[in-house]
Design a binder for this molecule. Structure first.
Ligand SMILES: [Zn+2]
Length: 451
């Protein structure tokens, strides 16, 4: 008994010793793996594409993926973006930029490098808003020309959960075409290799792994990566062309995924005894419906929707500007066709948007309404609800003259219009014969004016 007690005591003593050593960091298991989750070229796509098949992407799903991955991986976890997460050429680009910044801050990005698109609403806007939401921006070669100082810190260091120390350096291409909101000559871009190498050399004594976030085209990033020493992984953005774990002997891995945030990259890096990246298993994950929108990001979407609705309502009253006749005008003479159309998905196209609270989303409405972008056509759900859905005139053209005088034909050949909405991206499986059969209403004797 005494002996047994002695052993027990001995074991308990060891446990206490282990706990004490662990608290000192001496007994911690060495890090073996590092998960680098990365995004690039999202270009303001805050929500999923809404495609009929392959509905992918969106900040809400991304946040859920990140949360689940971070909470369940046994590896150290790093989250980075390689730029162009804004876009100047989409509707409500600046409002979407706000949702993007706040969402990325919520996800806990470890570092981002700016692309030229991040300056689309002014240099100061991006710098101030990133600072305000706590999004860490790094760029070793973006210089405020007048002061000859870096606009953002060249690098930052992160100590991950196992104690692994990671250095993150940003770099952009000197050939980037800055948007018009950047005053000519106000920013200077220094030669990339020297700028990154200086930042890496400064970090190296203190960190285990170095990740460079680059924003340049494919040819440039390969050259820069080949010229650097002491770098483990380069995550690149700008052209949105996927690159998967390019590595030549002695050079860092280069990673990049396709544009628009439909996918997220998850590189599972194995670390060697020296804690440097020894190998990478790169996985590209499609952000499908299985990832439900994160609640906090969903709240940002709601606020964005309210803002858009308020602004859309403030636009116009359109009144007499509406010239499209609407399907009800067609019904009088083409009743059987009208009834047939009512059973098609075209007739209910707008309900798809309403169900997703996207009825004011101008990235969606053109293909779910009648006469959008055309004079006298759909404006918004508030001003022109009668032109919601893909009605007769969406395919046949404005029918107001025809409605008054059946001898006047509508001006569009319906069969020529399908591809304007059923694009290769939105409807990759589009096949004319199959799709036409779903909406085919033939012709009736009264439809002389219709084509
Ligand atoms: Zn770019």
């Amino acid at each position: 008994m005494v002996r047994r007690h002695g052993i027990l005591f001995h074991l308990a003593g060891l446990a206490i010793l282990a706990a004490a050593l662990s608290a000192c960091g001496l007994f911690k298991s060495e890090p073996k793996r590092l998960a680098i989750v990365y995004t690039n070229d999202v270009r303001g796509e805050i929500r999923s594409c809404g495609c009929a098949t392959h509905d992918l992407g969106g900040l809400g799903r991304r946040a859920t993926f990140v949360k689940v991955y971070r909470d369940t991986t046994k590896a150290d976890f790093l989250l980075v973006d390689a730029g162009d997460f804004f876009s100047p050429s989409i509707n409500y680009g600046k409002e979407k930029a706000e949702v993007t910044l706040k969402s990325m801050a919520l996800m806990g990005y470890d570092a981002v490098v700016p692309g030229e698109n991040e300056f689309s609403f002014g240099v100061e806007y991006f710098a101030a808003r990133a600072r305000a939401v706590g999004l860490p921006v790094v760029a070793s070669n973006v210089v405020v020309a007048a002061a000859d100082t870096l606009l953002f810190p060249a690098s930052r260091e992160a100590t991950l959960s196992s104690g692994l120390r990671v250095g993150l350096v940003g770099v952009v291409s000197p050939t980037l075409k800055m948007p018009p909101q950047v005053a000519a000559g106000s920013l200077a871009i220094r030669e990339p290799v020297a700028a990154v190498q200086a930042a890496v050399d400064a970090l190296r004594p203190r960190v285990d792994v170095v990740v460079v976030l680059a924003h340049m085209n494919r040819g440039e990033v390969n050259k820069v990566a080949a010229a650097l020493t002491g770098v483990d992984v380069v995550v690149n953005g700008h052209d949105g062309i996927p690159v998967r774990q390019v590595k030549r002997w002695g050079e860092p891995y280069v990673l990049q995924i396709a544009a628009k945030g439909l996918y997220i990259g998850a590189a599972d890096a194995t670390l060697g005894k020296d804690k440097r990246v020894a190998g990478i298993k790169n996985v590209v994950v499609g952000l499908g419906k299985t990832f439900r929108d994160d609640e906090a990001v969903a709240k940002l979407f709601q606020a964005y929707d309210l803002e858009v609705v308020a602004r859309e309502k403030a636009v116009l009253p359109v009144g007499d500007a509406v010239t499209f006749a609407g399907a009800n005008a067609c019904q009088a003479c083409h009743a059987p066709i009208f009834e047939q159309w009512k059973g098609t998905r075209h007739a209910h196209a707008f309900e798809v948007l309403t169900a997703q609270q996207r009825e004011f989303d101008r990235d969606c409405t053109p293909c779910h309404t009648t006469g959008f972008f055309k004079e006298g056509g759909f404006v918004n759900a508030h001003a022109t609800p009668q032109l919601s859905g893909v009605q007769c005139e969406a395919c046949h053209g404005n029918g107001s003259a025809h409605a008054k005088d059946p001898k006047i034909k509508t001006d569009t050949v319906a069969k020529s219009t399908c591809r304007s909405c059923h694009t290769a991206e939105q409807t990759p499986e589009f096949d004319f014969a199959t799709f036409w059969a779903r909406i085919d209403h033939g012709s009736d004797s009264q439809a002389a004016g219709s084509r």
